[in-house]
Ligand binder design. Sequence first.
Ligand code: PEP
Ligand code: MN
Length: 338
Amino acid sequence: MIIVLKSTATEDNIQHILKRVEQLGLKANISRGVERTVIGLLGPEDKLRAIPLEVFPGVDQVIPVLAPYKLVSREFKKDNSVIKIGKDIQLGGSKIIVMAGPCSIESLDGLRSVAKKIKQAGANVLRGGAFKPRTSPYDFQGLGEDGLKHLAQVGKELGMATISEVMDPRDVGLVGKYVDIFQIGARNMQNFSLLKEIGKTKKPAMLKRGMSATIKEWLMSAEYLLANGNYDVMLCERGIRTFETYTRNTLDINAVAVAKQLSHLPVIVDPSHGTGRWGLVGSAAKAAVAAGCDGLMIEVHENPEEALSDGEQSLVPENFNSLMKDLGKIANAVSRTI
Ligand code: PEP
Ligand code: MN
């Protein structure tokens, strides 16, 4: 059960509600958003119905939510959530937002050079990893704060919003100083300390689906972010592990439609990690747009042979440019723009 408070609700109204529900032995979880405060109530159904919460001062709506994820569910919010990024990006509306850039930030000049081409092709957000979750401790781990500085500088020079991964709850403040969107990587989808820390910020966050996570687990992780007060959350399908070995992962196109049905949050698709092969990225990206995604994240590198990570799945800028043109046609066919 969710109690949505009026914007005019006072602290006294909130404390009065909390006192009454706690007397009944119910667990209350309060989330103070910028626009509204919401109280989530957990407990047995009969106890939840024991008091007419609708008549309490300050209460706007009382919503019964059957799904285990409450705040992220369509039952809680019927309309699609639209996230404002920077000054002029609206994610979750009719325009499909494209995030692109190298897997890892390798140098300032290299990032600037690829970013110019990406921007010219029509991408809206510049991606680049500075803290890299590598399988081997001997592989390139990212440039750390220097990489974030490069990303912020190039983003500013070109007027592009930025996204980069944060892996450690202790780095949320640091990464937050430089980027417009936090990326939560697949390996950290259930790093609950990280989710809580990012949930306490007001910065948009993109939550990648864990490679072995069910859609329900993914939505439960998103719930951590919203329950801690951050409503600017986007989901990202990036492929799951299956028995198939030809591709790095199996891009779960079903998950796009399922997530859109179950949740009001925008859904991004990452066809680069979803396939692991640059020659398949275009087909997967087109399928994602046709399936109703709100955004794409695509790895692009000027010289994939020399890339310090994920070169095999990175598009060269020329291919990215022609893909963007094709995606425009598919977007139009499903009444969207890109
Ligand atoms: C990435 O975006 O480079 C990345 C590491 O992604 P994922 O967490 O999906 O593997
Ligand atoms: Mn990568």
